[in-house]
Write a protein that binds this ligand. Structure first.
Ligand code: AMP
Ligand code: TRP
Length: 333
């Protein structure tokens, strides 16, 4: 059976972008594939995280994933730092990946900003750890949002160079799975920027934990243009904000943008936004209730995550040990 792996950073509350671009696509995979999902706290600290906040957000992210439909009985759900194979294999990959490859990564350029000299070295080698996350399970299918495509190409380059340099056929090729009408949900303030947990403006995103009032306010204030909605998707070209809101409604109601426009084409944004608010609130309210319920019993949540880590380790540790053997590390006897 194909093994699926994906990860999400506990660097804040999950956003609608995380939900529509990634998490929601993970849920059905539990029934069709051996699925492994990971809260990547090691990746989160590549930029500064307050320790207390990080601990809280890690639990909150795990609760949110379960509330969105990941079932710890049907998938392996765990916290990255609990399974040491990730960092061990990442070190080997630090020695396989070339500086030239990392220099091309657009996410590093975005996250490091203008003062690149001040970025952490962890942020620079972030994609190597991500490759290790996937490859220490010999996972071959990776469902992610569109922004992760370049990192997965790099992971394939690393796997190929490892196999080539050591003369083995050990690491498999990874297939990115970038799905759906909302593989890229954009900021509510700027239709050319992706919606992100780390955007300084909370108005730019819908958090999965936002209540009715917060959602209504953010959607009503969302940037749009003065034209009414077009009747056809071709009319969304060069209208990034309109396209984004139409895409969100399509994704949340399980349809395609053309159907949304068939129904709402010709409407002004005032009326359209009210429809969107109701759809979002209806969809997110049950998820929010479930997050609150799960966070009320942290011991039960931690126990589920411990079981997940045990199961993950049972797969990852032997694969990592074989990679170490290939490199020539002497086993500890
Ligand atoms: P991150 O929040 O960076 O840990 O991302 C976790 C997952 O959510 C990854 O698969 C991302 O590709 C996906 N994702 C993050 N932001 C967006 C967005 N604005 N639209 C679609 N997918 C997203
Ligand atoms: N880098 C991913 C993101 O920010 C999160 C991630 C870490 C990941 N390790 C992964 C995603 C392995 C897929 C597979 O979205």
């Amino acid at each position: 059976m194909t093994r699926v792996f994906s990860g999400i950073q506990p660097s804040g509350v999950p956003t609608l972008g995380n939900y529509l671009g990634a998490i929601r696509n993970w849920v059905p995979m539990q029934d069709t594939h051996e699925s492994i999902f990971c809260v990547v706290d090691l990746h989160a600290i590549t930029v500064w995280q307050d320790p207390k906040e990080l601990a809280r957000q890690t639990r909150e992210m795990a609760a949110a994933l379960i509330a969105c439909g990941l079932d710890p009985k049907r998938c392996t759900l765990f916290i990255q730092s609990h399974v040491h194979a990730h960092t061990r294999l990442a070190w080997i990959f630090n020695c396989v990946a070339r500086l030239g490859w990392l220099n091309r990564m657009t996410q590093f350029k975005d996250k490091a900003g203008k003062d690149r000299e001040a970025a952490s070295s962890g942020l620079y080698v972030y994609p190597n750890l991500m490759a290790a996350d996937i490859l220490t399970y010999h996972a071959t299918m990776v469902p992610v949002g569109d922004d992760q495509r370049q990192h997965l190409e790099l992971a394939n380059d690393i796997a190929e160079k490892f196999n080539h340099d050591y003369g083995v056929d050990f690491f498999p090729r990874i297939e990115p799975l970038i799905q759906g009408v909302a593989a890229r949900v954009m900021s509510l303030r700027d239709g050319t920027k992706k919606m992100s947990k780390s955007d300084p403006s909370d108005q730019s995103r819908i958090n999965l934990t936002d209540d009715h009032d917060a959602i209504a306010l953010k959607i009503r204030r969302a940037k749009t243009d003065p034209e009414p909605l077009p009747d056809h998707v071709s009319g969304l070209e060069a209208r990034p904000e309109a396209r984004n809101l139409v895409g969100i409604l399509a994704a949340i109601t399980g349809t395609m943008p053309e159907n949304v426009l068939r129904e709402h084409g010709g409407k002004g944004f005032g009326a359209f936004k009210e429809v969107l608010v109701e759809a979002l609130v209806g969809h997110l309210t049950p998820i929010q209730r479930e997050i609150t319920r799960l966070l009320d019993d942290p011991a039960a949540l931690d126990a589920q995550l411990r079981l997940g880590a045990d199961r993950a380790e049972a797969i990852a540790a032997p694969i990592c040990a074989r990679a170490e053997g290939i490199v020539g590390f002497l086993p500890r006897r």
